[in-house]
Ligand binder design. Structure first.
Ligand code: ADE
Length: 251
């Protein structure tokens, strides 16, 4: 029986659609609250993991073992790394990697020891479907009509787009140009950074569970990131979260 686990890292990444959940049961395990219920006609379990790779791995493992979810959707925000990626855009992962994994000289930098793997691919069919649905949210629905002009101007959002590519995860909030330039140099194909996706990807790979990761860009992963991130999660990420999840689980 199909049951979808939907995770964000923080309340502001799930609250937009949590209110749409029907027949809700709450379960508290390991300091997280798991909201089980129906979203449209889909059985789902929604939870926020808290920030970072360990928190994300523990939460997704609980979803798999305690709630028997059959697939995972991660939704949240990220900092832009690639020059084509702008605040308000959406990045959908084709693959994820952990930029802070380094067991060299035992193993190549970034490789997860014993798995002999640095990049974890998302489920291609579900990722394609997500590309279609998120494009509809961005273009047909025109997400910008759901956000106040004042907010759009504050973040310089005019015509958001959807990107498919590599997301890098690690236990660092990017808040300086130096951090950004370093990763741009080392990993020029990376579109954005966040702190959970590749941990979830690794666990899903090990359990052989299909997963996708969808990230709205909240900031430019530089010295303005702290302000931009905080303002974005309070006012905008809820709108994206609600529209994307409704569209994805709907028709
Ligand atoms: N998630 C959103 N913005 C981020 C940043 N600048 N660094 C790491 N994770 C983020």
């Amino acid at each position: 029986q199909q049951r979808i686990g939907i995770l964000g890292a923080i309340p502001q990444e799930i609250n937009g659609f949590l209110t749409l959940l029907q027949e809700v049961t709450e379960t508290s395990i390991g300091g997280r609250i798991y909201y089980q219920g129906m979203l449209g006609n889909q059985s789902v379990v929604v939870v926020y993991s808290r920030i970072g790779k360990v928190a994300a791995a523990a939460t997704v493992t609980t979803l798999l073992l305690e709630f028997g979810v059959t697939e995972i959707i991660f939704i949240g925000v990220a900092g832009a790394i690639h020059p084509n990626v702008k605040v308000g855009d959406v990045v959908i992962a084709s693959e994820l990697m952990q930029y802070d994994m380094d067991a060299s000289p035992l193993r190549p930098k970034y490789e997860i020891p014993l798995l002999e793997k640095s990049y974890f691919e998302t489920d291609s069919i579900r990722t394609q479907k997500a590309m279609e649905k998120v494009n509809q949210v961005i273009n047909s629905t025109n997400i910008t009509t759901l956000i106040s002009l004042q907010e759009l101007q504050k973040f310089d959002i005019s015509a958001p787009t959807v990107h498919l590519g590599t997301i890098a995860s690690g236990d660092q909030f990017f808040s300086t140009n130096k951090q950004k330039e370093q990763i741009q140099r080392a990993l020029p194909h990376v579109l954005c950074v966040e702190m959970e996706g590749a941990a979830i990807a690794q666990v899903c790979y090990e359990f052989d569970i299909p997963f996708i990761v969808i990230r709205t860009i909240s900031d430019n992963a530089n010295q303005e990131a702290t302000f931009s991130f905080q303002a974005f999660i309070e006012q905008i990420s809820l709108v994206y979260g609600k529209e994307i999840i409704t569209r994805l689980l709907g028709n």
